[in-house]
Write a protein that binds this ligand. Structure first.
Ligand SMILES: CC(C)(COP(=O)(O)OP(=O)(O)OC[C@H]1O[C@@H](n2cnc3c(N)ncnc32)[C@H](O)[C@@H]1OP(=O)(O)O)[C@@H](O)C(=O)NCCC(=O)NCCS
Length: 328
């Protein structure tokens, strides 16, 4: 059996920081409300002339550098995003051109906040099947362009950024032991962008005036409870599928939606909070990109030790959720 692993990681966050105090200046909210309800203090915001593929390019280059591979070695690029540069061509196609990965085939995966896990699942399977050899799995979002900055219950949650991983046959360590992905289409109306697709085309003044092109969270406190259950279940699934329990896992790197969701997950799994890696306070929710950004920060900060068992897990719109167990 081939040993497939994550042999390099990279991330990129725009330099511009928007703190809760900055949001207080244009919205009826407070740092205290946002921090106590979400655990978020600040988020990064992409400059106006920057597209998602620009963030992904830097993250991808950093991952390839860590992996010691060249652009020409990559034969597959999967980009997880709900904010591609354009819907046609795919965001991954722009990224492929920017990275000059002339030997790669590239496409997007749309699974909202679980996107990176879905893309990792595909890359792992394609390499195991012998279809591809070296994949660049990227997740990047410019959420600041698809949220309604007048909607205080949701705009405070999101930020921009990108993360990437090189997935390839690995002689030592970094092994992907399993990946697990799930969907529940019946829950699609809780987190969605109603406009911009075939249902509302052509884009009309009415649809724009109604804000249909913004990301909407319907009954956010309901998705809070679903998220806790799905997250916890996905973490356990990754451990048990490999003959382990969650107690054998050194670190859980979850999607970062809300600190209180993560605290509830830790309680449900009966693991201490220091087993849950967190970036929520400084970056907020970057949808698909939170998991690879957190993975890169954990890897580069020395938090991950050789042979550590690490769970990646995510939950998001779709509904989608999933996990992966990795031996570092
Ligand atoms: C959005 C979320 C932070 C709201 O927190 P909450 O504790 O559920 O807060 P509520 O919605 O009950 O709102 C409480 C009050 O705060 C108010 N409020 C909402 N947003 C506010 C803001 N930014 N600033 C100040 N007050 C705000 C509401 O109007 C409400 O006021 P009311 O009691 O007078 O009606 C929380 O539900 C959440 O994070 N949900 C999960 C969403 C999510 O991340 N899903 C997964 C995506 S991957």
């Amino acid at each position: 059996m081939k040993r497939i692993g994550i042999i390099g990681t990279g991330s990129y966050l725009p330099e511009k920081v928007m703190t809760n105090f900055d949001i207080e200046k244009f919205l009826d909210t407070s740092d205290e409300w946002i921090y106590t309800r979400t655990g978020i203090k600040e988020r990064r915001i992409a400059e106006k002339d920057v597209a998602t593929s620009d963030l992904c390019k830097v993250a991808g280059e950093r991952a390839m550098k860590m992996a010691g591979v060249k652009a020409g070695d990559i034969d597959l690029i999967i980009l997880a995003t709900i904010t591609p540069d354009t819907h046609c061509p795919a965001g991954a196609n722009w990224l492929e051109a920017k990275l000059q990965c002339e030997n790669a085939v590239s496409f997007d995966v749309t699974a909202a906040c679980s996107g990176f896990i879905f893309a990792l699942h595909l890359a792992d399977k394609l390499i195991r099947a012998g279809v591809n050899k070296k994949a660049l799995v990227v997740a990047g979002e410019i959420m600041s362009r698809v949220i309604n900055w007048k909607e205080r219950e949701s705009c405070i949650l999101w930020g921009d950024g990108a993360g990437a991983a090189v997935v390839a046959e690995s002689k030592q360590g970094f092994e992907i032991l399993s990946t697990h992905i799930h969907t529940d289409g019946a829950g699609g109306d809780t987190l969605l962008m109603p406009g911009g697709g075939s249902k509302t085309t052509p884009i009309s003044h009415e649809s724009v005036d109604a804000g249909l092109h913004f990301l909407k969270m319907i009954e956010a406190n309901k998705s809070f409870k679903v998220a806790v259950n799905r997250f916890a279940g996905a973490c356990e699934e990754a451990a048990t599928a490999n003959g382990h329990t969650i107690r054998d896992v050194e670190l859980i790197i979850p999607h970062q939606a809300n600190l209180r969701i993560l605290q509830a997950v830790a309680k449900k799994l009966d693991v201490p909070m220091d087993k849950i890696f967190m970036t929520i306070e400084k970056y907020g929710n970057i949808s698909s990109a939170t998991v690879p950004i957190a993975l890169d920060e954990a890897a580069r900060s020395g938090k991950l030790k050789k042979d550590d068992l690490v769970v990646l897990s995510a939950f998001g719109g779709g509904l989608t959720w999933g996990s992966s167990l990795i031996r570092w």
